[in-house]
Design a protein around this ligand. Structure first.
Ligand code: OMP
Length: 272
């Protein structure tokens, strides 16, 4: 999917919500365990209940890898089930020496046909660029993450720039706003204006609203750009809103609450 198609979808649906498919067999409603593939059945019902309210789905690959071959099968069925006009993110946080990154890219962009993948920048240019060579596919590079451990390295300053700033600035020489996004956690909304100075046109994937406590309106205040420029992810807050036979309806209600707030914000910022 290209940037224009993503922006059009945001305007049409009045939403920039990404639903995180972090499906955990121990957390899904018990009645689903009778299905042959409970994880896929769970995702299928969540997708059916939310597909008109969100513009992206982000399966977190750890939740599939954990179950071995069966997990990969659930992932394949899930990605095949997601409507083709919805942006897909393989949250895999990969990155390795060039020839290995190329194989990761092939796995997620060709074998699974994801639109994008999250990539860790630690190994530098030759670990990231193999992902950028695929047409209409996106790298979502970790910049400033939502977790407490972000303080350990990401704020390290060896001169005039902190590490996350260096990542954002330097990587824009490798990619552009048509194939490169950044992960910025919702838990530090005050950082968004500085990040926008460095990446005015790139989309930002923003996890950390909902279960991790980030505030949507605060993120938008500092982080929105002329195209909206944000994909706000919520995983547990939406998919585990209910735990009985009406779980999908409860997920829908949660997604709708966020989408309605997003529609108001898009209007306030004169984007629709
Ligand atoms: O890359 C990510 O998606 C990510 C980056 C980050 O800084 N923080 C973060 O929480 N995530 C992911 O975003 C999702 C957040 O899930 P919830 O806290 O349940 O909404 C999980 O899949 C995390 O792995």
């Amino acid at each position: 999917m290209n940037k224009k198609e993503l922006i059009n979808q945001i305007k049409e649906k009045k939403s920039f919500l990404c639903v995180g498919l972090d499906a955990d067999i121990n957390k899904i409603p018990k009645h689903l365990l009778e299905f042959e593939d409970p994880i896929f059945e769970f995702n299928k019902q969540i997708i059916d209940a939310t597909k008109d309210l969100c513009v992206a789905y982000k399966p977190n690959i750890a939740f599939y890898e954990a179950y071995g071959v069966k997990g990969w099968e659930s992932l394949q069925k899930t990605i095949d089930y997601i409507p083709k006009n919805i942006f897909t993110i393989a949250d895999a946080k990969r990155g390795d020496i060039g020839n290995t990154s190329k194989m990761y890219a092939q796995a997620f962009f060709e074998t699974f046909n994801f639109d994008s993948i999250t990539v860790a920048p630690y190994m530098g240019e030759d670990s990231v660029t193999p992902f950028l060579e695929f047409k209409n596919k996106w790298v979502i590079l970790l910049a400033l993450t939502s977790n407490k451990g972000a303080d350990d390295f990401q704020f390290f300053n060896s001169g005039d720039q902190r590490l996350f700033e260096k990542v954002i600035q330097k990587s824009q020489k490798w990619g552009n706003d048509e194939n490169l996004m950044f992960v910025v956690g919702a838990t530090r909304p005050e950082m968004f204006s500085e990040i926008r100075d460095l990446a005015p046109d790139n989309f930002l994937l923003v996890p950390g609203v909902g279960a991790q406590g980030g505030e949507l309106s605060e993120v938008c205040k500092y982080g929105m750009n002329k195209d909206c420029g944000l994909l706000i992810n919520s995983s547990r807050g939406i998919i585990y809103a209910g735990n009985d036979e009406s779980f999908a309806e409860k997920s829908r209600n949660e997604a709708m609450k966020i989408q309605k707030e997003m529609a108001i914000l898009l209007e306030q910022f004169k984007l629709i």
